[in-house]
Ligand binder design. Sequence first.
Ligand SMILES: [Zn+2]
Length: 239
Amino acid sequence: MNPRKLLVVGAHSADFVWRSGGSIAVTVENGGSATVLALSYGERGESGDLWRGNPDQTVENVKRIRHEMAEEAASHVGAAFRCLDLGDYPLIVTSEATKSLVRIILEEKPDVILTHTAVDPFNPDHPVAYTMVQHARLLASGAGVASAFQSITPPDWYSFEPHQPELSEFYPNTFVDITAVMDKKIKAMNVMSAQSYLISYYTELASRRGNHARRISGNKAIKFAEAHQRHVPWVVSEL
Ligand SMILES: [Zn+2]
């Protein structure tokens, strides 16, 4: 396969690390490139460790720290980091914000877009990000037909694994072998000290998904994997 260009869109600046850090690193190892776009810094809802016991903390300072952390984590897996800074909990999508995302998709011309699931009963922002990405992807790719707008080839489109997959209607139909880059994912996760409780959880999940990937493929060398849900059918020249 030709080197791939990946665009990972998260509602909050740390989301990409847990759910797609390994898949990003694999793309980059294979000669491709990746951009992480955060719609917000998760400054209110996902930065508990930065607020706790710190009465003088400010939103601006939390955002600054979260930006630095996300940039560092992204560098461990070889991705560039950008943030639209739309605010979190709630993440509000204006038509201006959607236009910004369309512009970024047109600019990046990704082969693959990876984002949240449509359903997440435990997070108010993740499904909002999914809908925004779905909308912007269609606008950027001319909704599949030639039109008066600038457009790109429709990128492949996946949801990465949510925290509670069964309750978020997540159907894992694509597994990425991340064994060779697991050390990079761990380094990226270690940067996110504001959500330290997630590090062991996502290391265990990668091992469990690795077990599934081994059984599905028969490839005994797979130790760690990430699961995603592909939304668009494959178009192939041969089965
Ligand atoms: Zn999040």
